[in-house]
Design a protein around this ligand. Structure first.
Ligand code: NDP
Length: 262
């Protein structure tokens, strides 16, 4: 992806914002980070590994981003101390976070009678409680700024359900309720809270399903194909832009028509 892939738009007016993307070391989070970087924002990517992913590689055709633009921090969203420390580091270096993309997520699939309490707890702790924790820590400063954008990355599974994923579907559906409630709480400060619900996206997470299952699911997609991570990032970037200033409490499906918003 190069800067020329993203023509200047209305979102350029807020260039230089501080953007936090959880789970930004690869996949959808990494694509979101790239989107914001190419639109002039400063981006911190967090993950358990603390990797900047390909964005940190010095042999990128468009050059590596300097540490004034891109920061990679180890931060497990299930660990309150690590979330607090990551925010403290960003705030000390760049000031308050203005855009939060709560994207970190995992799966631990099993049919319900085989699903352990541990598998339930881990997925809810990461995908739902982790998002709550990351948003809550950043919100106080956004409230003082009287501006901000919060985008929660859910899934098509939140509305469609998925056999073998009761933990994941429950956590992802929970994000919708969280976003709508939070949107009401913070709207008076011009902070918007929205959800992006991807369908099948070409990342490690989808790869873990195996080719047979992936093929079965892909056959159900009206557009007949999976998405590239950058296609999800475009929706996230839009919701973070000035152009989306009157959108809050919304769930935006980016699923090739799989759920038709249902
Ligand atoms: P990947 O598995 O490719 O990437 C997940 C990212 O989350 C990695 O950066 C990972 O880094 C990070 N992560 C995982 N657990 C934690 C944690 N406890 N704390 C901090 N970071 C963590 O997944 P995708 O890019 O595919 O998924 C991104 C989001 O999109 C997820 O919420 C997923 O549920 C959702 N989604 C994905 C779809 C798809 O088809 N791919 C479809 C619908 C939704 P590390 O391992 O180093 O911690």
């Amino acid at each position: 992806m190069s800067g020329s892939d993203h023509p200047a738009g209305p979102q350029e007016r807020h260039a230089g914002r501080v953007v936090l993307v959880t789970g930004g070391s690869r996949g959808i989070g990494q694509a979101c980070a790239a989107w914001f970087l190419h639109h002039g924002d400063r981006v911190v990517v967090t993950s358990r590994s603390g990797s900047a992913g390909a964005l940190g590689a010095s042999d990128r055709p468009d050059g590596a981003f300097g540490e004034d633009r891109l920061m990679a921090l180890a931060c497990d969203v299930t660990r309150p101390d690590q979330v607090d420390a990551a925010y403290a580091t960003v705030e000390a270096a760049w000031g308050p976070v203005e855009v939060i993309v709560a994207n970190a997520g995992i799966t631990r699939d099993a049919l319900v009678l085989r699903m352990t309490d541990d598998a339930w707890d881990e997925v809810v702790a990461t995908n739902l409680t982790g998002a709550f924790r990351v948003v809550k820590r950043g919100l106080a400063k956004m409230l003082r700024l009287h501006r901000g954008r919060i985008i929660l990355v859910s899934s098509v599974v939140a509305t469609m359900g998925s056999a073998g994923q009761v933990n994941y579907a429950a956590a992802k559906a929970g994000l919708g309720g969280m976003a709508r409630s939070l949107a009401r709480e913070v709207a008076s400060r011009s902070i918007t809270v929205n959800v992006v619900a991807p369908g099948l996206v070409e990342t490690d997470m989808l790869g873990a399903l195996g080719d047979d299952r992936k093929g079965q699911l892909e056959a159900l997609v009206p557009l007949g194909r999976t998405a590239e991570p950058g296609e999800i990032a475009e929706a996230v970037g839009f919701l973070a832009s000035d152009a989306a200033g009157y959108i809050t409490g919304a769930v935006l499906p980016v699923d090739g028509g799989l759920a038709m918003g249902g």
